[in-house]
Design a protein around this ligand. Structure first.
Ligand SMILES: Cc1cc2nc3c(=O)[nH]c(=O)nc-3n(C[C@H](O)[C@H](O)[C@H](O)COP(=O)(O)OP(=O)(O)OC[C@H]3O[C@@H](n4cnc5c(N)ncnc54)[C@H](O)[C@@H]3O)c2cc1C
Length: 294
């Protein structure tokens, strides 16, 4: 059954936080509404108040500070794709944003909503994880930060409490000479949910050795995660096919351990290995074994 609720549009972030401090238990936060509206239509969300934060300018800022890139929770995918700061300091976030839904969805869907919804297949999350992102939350009038891993606890399950408001994401910038790649496999090219998605970022030193390597995987497991065992394997080594194959194999085994063996594993295992190889080849601008053989 659809619920009857009162629609509110606060004039400022301060007003929104003050409202939520008092009425958080009976209020649902509305950003772009692209996840929320379908859930409300299905009668899955019951509340007395819907608090529309989509016009709060304070949540739409993208700022580069002292070794920190701050992205407001109300920043849309289109904003990310169009931002020079994001392209320069978090290109993998821009690349992921470009893959989301359709132009209409990218124009209104926000980063805060993607994290608030916590879909295992969320496109923004692997990229944010590669940046060691921390989430700034206003809870009961106080500001706190949690890592993305602390916020996303499972499929559609977060650590957010009623009345919590995500205000921004704090990313470690990864400017050039870092390189980054985002790849996903979906059923179709556009308007499809990712079946497997992957963000990789790396820095290679002047002698051609990998100094830093980050890889986050989504969609295959209850929640996206950093593939630390594969990351450790890469540091201190040269980017070449033997290493890529080791990483693909280790990361895929780890993924199966986390997700458990399912009927889809027979398809997903080779698909994941292939996607990892392709991403690493693109990241390091190195041919895959097959390409090198031709
Ligand atoms: C046709 C279609 C295609 C889609 N394609 C993709 C896709 O390719 N990839 C993808 O990842 N997603 C996709 N989505 C899902 C959706 O667009 C994204 O998850 C989007 O980022 C949600 O943002 P929103 O602003 O619309 O969130 P909303 O729907 O407004 O909110 C989602 C949830 O987060 C909470 N929330 C929102 N903002 C905050 C905040 N600041 N603080 C606390 N809680 C908050 C809300 O209360 C709600 O629970 C698609 C959806 C549709 C309808």
């Amino acid at each position: 059954m659809r619920s009857v609720f009162q629609y509110l549009r606060p004039a400022s972030l301060e007003d929104a936080a003050a409202w939520l401090e008092k009425n958080g238990a009976s209020t649902v936060v509305f950003a772009g509404g692209t996840d929320l509206m379908p859930s409300m239509r299905k009668g899955e969300v019951a509340c007395d108040y819907v608090l529309d934060i989509s016009r709060l300018e304070e949540l739409k800022r993208i700022e580069l500070g002292d070794n920190l890139l701050a992205i407001g929770a109300g920043v849309t995918y289109t904003d990310l794709v169009e931002s020079d700061l994001i392209h320069a300091h978090a290109p993998v976030v821009a690349a992921a944003a470009r893959c989301v839904g359709s132009e209409q969805i990218r124009n209104v869907g926000t980063l805060g909503g993607n994290v608030g919804n916590a879909s295992p297949a969320a496109d923004s999350i692997p990229g944010l994880m590669a940046h060691n992102t921390r989430v700034e939350i206003v809870r009961q009038g106080r500001v706190l930060t949690q890592s993305l891993e602390e916020v996303i606890l499972g499929p559609y399950h977060t650590s957010l409490k009623p009345g919590d408001l995500i205000t921004k994401f704090l990313l470690e910038p990864l400017p050039s000479p870092y390189r980054a790649v985002y790849q996903r496999i979906g059923r179709r090219r556009a308007m499809s949910i990712a079946r497997i998605n992957l963000a990789v970022a790396a820095k290679v030193d002047s002698s051609g050795v990998i100094e830093d390597f980050r890889m986050s995987i989504g969609s295959m497991t209850p929640q996206p995660y950093r593939a630390f065992s594969a990351e450790r394997m890469a540091c201190g080594r040269k980017p070449e096919y033997a290493l890529f194959a080791e990483i693909a194999s280790t990361a895929t085994q780890d993924m199966i351990k986390r997700a458990g063996v399912r009927s889809s594993t027979a398809y997903k295992k080779p698909a994941a290995e292939g996607l990892i190889l392709k991403s690493l080849s693109e990241l390091f601008n190195a041919p895959t074994f097959e390409d090198g053989d031709q």
